[in-house]
Design a protein around this ligand. Sequence first.
Ligand code: 6PG
Length: 261
Amino acid sequence: MKHSNSQKTRINIQNTPVETARSVAQALAKLVAQHTEKRPFSIALSGGSTPQRLYQMLAQDPFCSEISWEHVAFFFGDERAVPPTSSESNFRMASEALLNHVSSSVYRMEADTENVAGYERALQDNLPANKEGTPAFDLMLLGIGTDGHTASLFPGTAALDEHRRWVVMNDVPQLNTTRMTLTFPVIQAARRVWVIATGESKQPIVKGSLQPDSAQDTPAWPILQVAPKGELVWWLDSAAASTLVQLETNPETIPLNKEQE
Ligand code: 6PG
């Protein structure tokens, strides 16, 4: 089931997390197939548990044999300040699920050594720049935390106010840790941003992001600042989308115009 709201944000709702992962994989395969530029199709991967199912699905047929992986370059949206062998590492999670099984270029965020300049160079050397000179991903995958964070842009942290650097180390006191993360300039420069949220726990953030209660103050959720110049698609399962209402049933909400199937 597909919907779109009044801007270029589209919302795709599937019944289960597996069906959501499959929809994302099918759409990603189509984008790579349609990518005619000589440079690889650049994807910034999100971490956490939600995308693992998608990455594992991409590493299996039909996607594994269907996608020209040599025309894809993988980057990361954020990384924990741990070695790549750590069970906390997004690089390790993505490598075990997908990257070890395909022939794409991979640019690891060296958060363990806080190599911010090295990652900014990787972005500069391998991505086209938008007119502001900011590296522009072909596709950025983002997850959302139940506190409204995305990548490692957590509520109340310094990285939210970084509008010049593309990559920063961000102290996250609520987790008593430091993370490396892309900043909003890079997120907003992306040609496509896909937010993937599944499960009951994400329902309040999804509802508050896509159909905010106009009577309430806008929450300080970093996900609400994601406004790419390109396309924004929310890929949801029915649990995460369980309280989204459609226009015909509640004209007060953000228009959810049903897209033709
Ligand atoms: C990370 C992610 C982070 C993640 C959210 C949601 O490094 O953890 O990049 O932004 O997307 O925390 O995580 P779950 O998918 O595990 O709910």
